[in-house]
Design a protein. Structure first.
Length: 169
C-alpha cells in the first residue's frame, strides 16, 4: 500500500539497567539491520536504562569493543527511562531481563507494550521467561559480551520480522 512513509514510525525502546552495555548494543544492531533492509524510516529507535547512574556516559568500552570486532560502530549517550514520554512515544518496550521488565511495569508501562527482547528469537519459542533473558554482562568477563552480542543479533532479526508483520497499514 502506498503512503507508508507518512505514517507514524514504529517506536522501539531497548531497555536494560545501566544503558551502557546491553540496550545500546541492541539499538546499534537494530539500527544497522533496518538500514540494511531499507526500512529505517519506518522505525523510531532508542535505548535507555531503568537506572540513572550512568546517564550521560558513553557505552561500556567492552560493548564498543565487541561491536567493533563484528564491524559495528555507533554513537551513544546513556539516559534513564522517562516514563511520562517513553510510554507514549514507543509501541515496543523491549526488556533485556526480568528485572528490567519488572522495572518497566513498576514505572507504569502498559503491559501490552512490554516484552523480553529474546522472546522474539524464533529458536526460543515456548521457552519459559527465565530462559529468555540477556544476562547482565557488566561484572563478568569478555565472554559474557560475546554471548550478549550473539543473543541480541538473533533477537533483533526475529523482532524485525515480527514488527514488520504486525505493522498496521
Ligand atoms: P547494562 O549493564 O544494564 O546492560 O547497561 C549494566 C551496567 C552498569 C551497571 C549494571 C548493569 N551498574 O551497576 O553500574
Amino acid at each position: 500500500m502506498s503512503g507508508s512513509r507518512a505514517e507514524k514510525p514504529i517506536g522501539v525502546l531497548f531497555v536494560c539497567l545501566g544503558n551502557i552495555c546491553r540496550s545500546p548494543l541492541a539499538k546499534g544492531l537494530f539500527q544497522d539491520l533496518v538500514q540494511e533492509r531499507g526500512v529505517a524510516e519506518r522505525f523510531d529507535i532508542d535505548s535507555c536504562g531503568t537506572g540513572g547512574w550512568h546517564a550521560g556516559d558513553g557505552a561500556d568500552p567492552r560493548t564498543i569493543q565487541i561491536a567493533a570486532f563484528h564491524g559495528l560502530t555507533f554513537e551513544h549517550e546513556a539516559r534513564q527511562l522517562d516514563p511520562r514520554r517513553d510510554f507514549e512515544r514507543f509501541e515496543y518496550l523491549l526488556a533485556m531481563d526480568l528485572d528490567n521488565k519488572a522495572g518497566l511495569l513498576h514505572a507504569g508501562a502498559p503491559a501490552s507494550k512490554v516484552h523480553l527482547m529474546r522472546s522474539f528469537d524464533p529458536a526460543l519459542k515456548g521457552e519459559t521467561e527465565h530462559r529468555l533473558q540477556v544476562p547482565d554482562p557488566y561484572y563478568g568477563g569478555s565472554e559474557g559480551f560475546e554471548k550478549m552480542y550473539v543473543m541480541l543479533k538473533t533477537a533483533c532479526e526475529g523482532f524485525l520480522s515480527h514488527a514488520l508483520a504486525n505493522q498496521p497499514r
